[in-house]
Design a protein around this ligand. Structure first.
Ligand SMILES: NC(=O)c1ccc[n+]([C@@H]2O[C@H](COP(=O)([O-])OP(=O)(O)OC[C@H]3O[C@@H](n4cnc5c(N)ncnc54)[C@H](OP(=O)(O)O)[C@@H]3O)[C@@H](O)[C@H]2O)c1
Length: 341
C-alpha cells in the first residue's frame, strides 16, 4: 500500500481546567503540535473516529471513583479511537492497518505498536462500528443480569450508547418485554422504531414508578440501570421477586450539577422481602470482552437482527469540545462517534 505524505502538524485538544460544575469551552484548549517521526517499534496513526461519552465528564474530576485515569491539566486528552497506520517501524503493524487505541482528541497519534490493537476491516461494516458500548451492554445484560426467556426488562438511559444496545441484547436473548426510559418524545420514538423496544416513557412525564407500574403490571425481572437516582428507586419499587439488577451507571448523578442521582435510597424493607439481586459492575474492556462482543455484533448485523444506534458528529478535532458539550446537553442519540478525518 502506498503510504500517504507524512503530516507536519496535528491538531489536538488539551485539558485546560477542572470544571466546578458546568463544563464550558474554557476547560479545553485546541492547539497545533508538530508530528513526531515514529521511533523504533513505534507507529504513526491517523485518527479516523473517536467515541464521545458521558464518562469524560468523570475524567474531568480528580476525585472520581471511575476506574479510568483522569485528564491531566495542560496535557492532550484521551479516549477510545480507531485510526489507520500511516507509518510503521514495527513488524506487528503495517501501513493501512486499522487499529483501536486510547490516543484520541488528536488528529495523529505516535506511540509503541503495543498500544495500538489491530482490528479486522472485513468483520464489521465500518471502522466506527468498533466504537460501540457493546462490551459493557453485553456484560451487564448477560453476565450480571443473566437475561433470558420471558423476562420483563427495564433499561434506564435507554438512548445512551450502552442502553440502546443493552435493550436490543435483552430482546435478542429472549426477553418478553423491554421497556426503556429517555428524556424526549423523539428519542422515545427512535427506540421503538429503530431498536425494537416494546415500550418507552419520557422520565419527565410524572413519577417513574407510576410509569413502570403501568407498563409492567406484574413487575420487572431485570433492571439495567444507567441513570441511578429516582429511576433506581422506582425500579426497586416496581421489581418482581428475585429481580436481577445490573447497575452500570449513574447518569443523573454524573451529569446533573448538585443532583442526588448518585446517591439513591435503597428501600431495604422492599428489597429484602423481594430478595433482589443487585450487581454493580465495571467493564475493563479486556481483549476477550472486546473480541467476544465484536464477533457477536458482526453476526447479528449480518443477519439483520440488530441496529447500531449511533450519531456521527462531523467537525473534526477542533470541534470536539463543542460536540462534547452538546452531548452533555443530551442532543445526541445512541453511541456518539466523532469523525476525525
Ligand atoms: N459499568 C461500566 O463498566 C460502564 C462502562 C461504560 C459506561 N458506563 C456508564 O454507563 C452510562 C451510559 O454510558 P454511555 O457512554 O452509554 O452514555 P452516553 O451515551 O454518553 O449517554 C448520554 C445520554 O445520557 C442521558 N442523560 C444525560 N443526563 C441524564 C440525566 N440526568 N438523567 C437521565 N439521563 C440522562 C441523555 O439521554 P436522554 O436525552 O434520554 O436523557 C444523553 O443523551 C454512564 O453512566 C457511564 O458512565 C459504565
Amino acid at each position: 500500500m502506498t503510504s500517504e505524505t507524512l503530516p507536519t502538524t496535528s491538531t489536538e485538544v488539551c485539558f485546560a481546567g477542572y470544571p466546578k460544575d458546568v463544563v464550558r469551552p474554557e476547560h479545553f484548549t485546541v492547539r497545533q503540535t508538530l508530528v513526531d517521526e515514529p521511533g523504533p517499534g513505534q507507529v504513526l496513526v491517523r485518527n479516523d473516529f473517536m467515541t464521545l461519552a458521558a464518562a469524560y465528564r468523570d475524567q474531568m474530576t480528580p476525585a472520581t471513583n471511575i476506574p479510568i485515569p483522569v485528564f491531566q491539566l495542560g496535557q492532550p486528552m484521551w479516549g477510545r479511537t480507531v485510526g489507520t497506520v500511516v507509518r510503521s517501524n514495527s513488524p506487528n503493524l503495517a501501513v493501512g492497518d486499522l487499529v483501536e487505541h486510547f490516543h484520541g482528541w488528536r488528529e495523529y497519534a505516535v506511540g509503541s505498536a503495543a498500544e495500538f490493537h489491530k482490528r479486522d476491516r472485513a468483520l464489521l461494516p465500518g471502522a466506527e462500528y468498533y466504537l460501540t458500548q457493546g462490551p459493557t451492554a453485553w456484560r451487564g445484560m448477560v453476565e450480571m443480569a443473566n437475561v433470558g426467556d420471558g423476562d420483563v426488562v427495564f433499561v434506564s438511559g435507554a438512548t445512551s450508547g450502552v442502553g440502546s444496545l443493552a435493550g436490543q441484547i435483552a430482546k435478542l436473548l429472549g426477553a418478553k418485554r423491554v421497556i426503556g426510559s429517555t428524556g424526549s418524545k423523539s428519542k422515545a420514538e427512535y427506540l421503538l422504531r429503530e431498536c425494537g423496544f416494546d415500550a418507552v416513557f419520557d422520565y419527565h412525564d410524572g413519577p417513574v414508578v407510576d410509569r413502570l407500574r403501568e407498563l409492567a403490571p406484574d413487575g420487572i425481572n431485570v433492571f439495567f440501570d444507567n441513570v441511578g437516582g429516582e429511576q433506581f428507586e422506582a425500579a426497586v419499587a416496581a421489581a418482581a421477586p428475585f429481580a436481577r439488577f445490573a447497575l452500570c451507571g449513574s447518569l443523573s448523578g454524573q451529569l446533573e450539577t448538585g443532583g442526588s442521582g448518585g446517591h439513591p435510597r435503597l428501600d431495604l424493607m422492599t428489597a429484602i422481602p423481594k430478595q433482589l439481586i443487585l450487581r454493580p459492575f465495571a467493564t475493563y474492556h479486556t481483549p476477550e470482552q472486546i473480541d467476544g462482543w465484536n464477533k457477536q455484533f458482526s453476526i447479528w448485523l449480518r443477519d439483520g437482527r440488530i441496529a447500531f444506534p449511533h450519531t456521527i458528529v462531523p467537525g473534526g478535532v477542533a470541534d470536539l469540545p463543542a460536540n462534547f458539550l452538546a452531548l452533555l446537553e443530551r442532543r445526541f442519540t445512541g453511541n456518539v462517534i466523532a469523525k476525525l478525518s
